[in-house]
Write a protein that binds this ligand. Structure first.
Ligand SMILES: NC(=O)c1ccc[n+]([C@@H]2O[C@H](COP(=O)([O-])OP(=O)(O)OC[C@H]3O[C@@H](n4cnc5c(N)ncnc54)[C@H](O)[C@@H]3O)[C@@H](O)[C@H]2O)c1
Length: 330
């Protein structure tokens, strides 16, 4: 399955196909210098599959974890490209989750004012969410994604079979983003996740349906000025919980965040699905303390917030509120 994502100036393809890593040369131009950026938690077999097909491959491995989305790594990778004389026609390939993808994309956006960037996402979260939309970033001074650029990949290759080695907790955390897309925009996606009896068997369809939702939204609003804010469903309170807890995964926090933003009927269905996939359904914290973390969220704009709520599965509403009104939702 190939999903073309149409941006203002160009279109890039997202390929979703089992075992596509084994025939990667059919999709990517590897007849040049290639920097494979990855982290030390990615099984080497995936890197090797790409490495073997490249004319002149270089591998750069960062430590796994959010802390690697740093300015220091950004600079070190740029130094590596310069020292190895990468030209504007060479390329960078991310093989990893959202951390690797965000860093690789940002490096690619600035090296020689932009070199070709391919993304091979290997976590469910990166396959259904961060792989498209063109957002790249690093963290600074403890603030996530504060430095970055919109720099769409030249191609995205999604091989759902790589998820077999992914830790269950990471898998379910990524699934929370698909649950979000189903709840807001596609009831059939939500029902598929709800009724699935074998997640890995259904995962290719779940990925395609989730990408279809994200593609439709980013094509209409590439710079996140309007409609794209629907993708923030569950994220306002979710981000606050993520920063406050320091231990929960992103999708786990989004899952909890969504429970505050829907009607009673929708919430009942959501809780059933969250429980099914061992995702947490509540977070106990001091209300005022959590509020402080929400205020730090960069989506704040003149003390106002746009929140997304779901009163009927597959449909959503935007509402602008003053930031302090968020306390009424807890
Ligand atoms: N650019 C965007 O639009 C966007 C959207 C959402 C999230 N993000 C970013 O994505 C990041 C989170 O990404 P993530 O959830 O993919 O986490 P991650 O990149 O930290 O990966 C999670 C863990 O899984 C391991 N891993 C990855 N693939 C594996 C595989 N196939 N088998 C075994 N282990 C594997 C990694 O080594 C890592 O330890 C955050 O930094 C977030 O800001 C970006």
């Amino acid at each position: 399955m190939i999903l073309p994502v149409k941006m203002k100036d160009f279109t890039y393809d997202v390929v979703v196909q089992k075992n596509s890593l084994d025939i990667i040369e059919e999709y990517l131009d590897l007849n040049r210098k290639v920097l494979i950026l990855t982290d030390d938690g990615i099984p080497y077999e995936y890197i090797d599959k790409v490495y073997k097909k490249c004319f002149k491959p270089y591998v750069y491995t960062i430590l796994q974890g959010e802390a690697s989305k740093s300015f220091i790594n950004f600079e070190k990778i740029l130094d590596f490209l310069i020292k190895n004389e990468f030209s504007r026609t060479d390329c960078v390939i991310a093989v990893g989750g959202g951390v690797v993808g965000d860093l690789a994309g940002f490096v690619s956006s600035v090296y020689m004012r932009g070199i070709p960037f391919y993304n091979i996402p290997t976590t469910l979260l990166s396959q259904v969410d961060s792989s498209i939309g063109g957002k790249t970033a690093i963290d600074k001074l403890g603030i996530k994604n504060i430095i970055g650029a919109f720099y769409p990949p030249h191609k995205v290759i999604i091989d759902p079979t790589v998820l077999k080695t992914l830790d269950k907790r990471q898998l379910y955390s990524g699934l929370a983003e698909s649950i979000k897309m189903g709840l807001t925009c596609d009831k059939t996606l939500f029902n598929l996740i709800k009724d699935s009896t074998n997640l890995l068997e259904d995962i290719e369809t779940i990925i395609i349906k989730s990408l279809q939702v994200k593609k439709d939204v980013v094509e209409l609003d590439p710079n996140e000025l309007g409609l794209r804010r629907v993708l923030n469903f569950g994220h306002t309170i979710g981000h606050g919980i993520e920063s406050h807890s320091g231990a929960l995964l992103h999708g786990e926090c989004v899952g909890i965040g969504m429970t505050y933003m829907c009607s009673d009927n929708v919430k009942k269905e959501l809780l059933t699905v969250l429980n099914k996939y061992d995702l947490p359904t509540q977070y106990i914290a001091n209300k005022e303390e959590l509020y402080k973390y929400i205020c730090l969220d960069k989506k704040r704009n003149n003390n106002k917030l746009v929140i997304v709520s779901v009163n009927k599965i597959g449909e959503f509403e935007f509402k602008e509120i003053f930031i302090e009104e968020i306390l009424n939702y807890f």
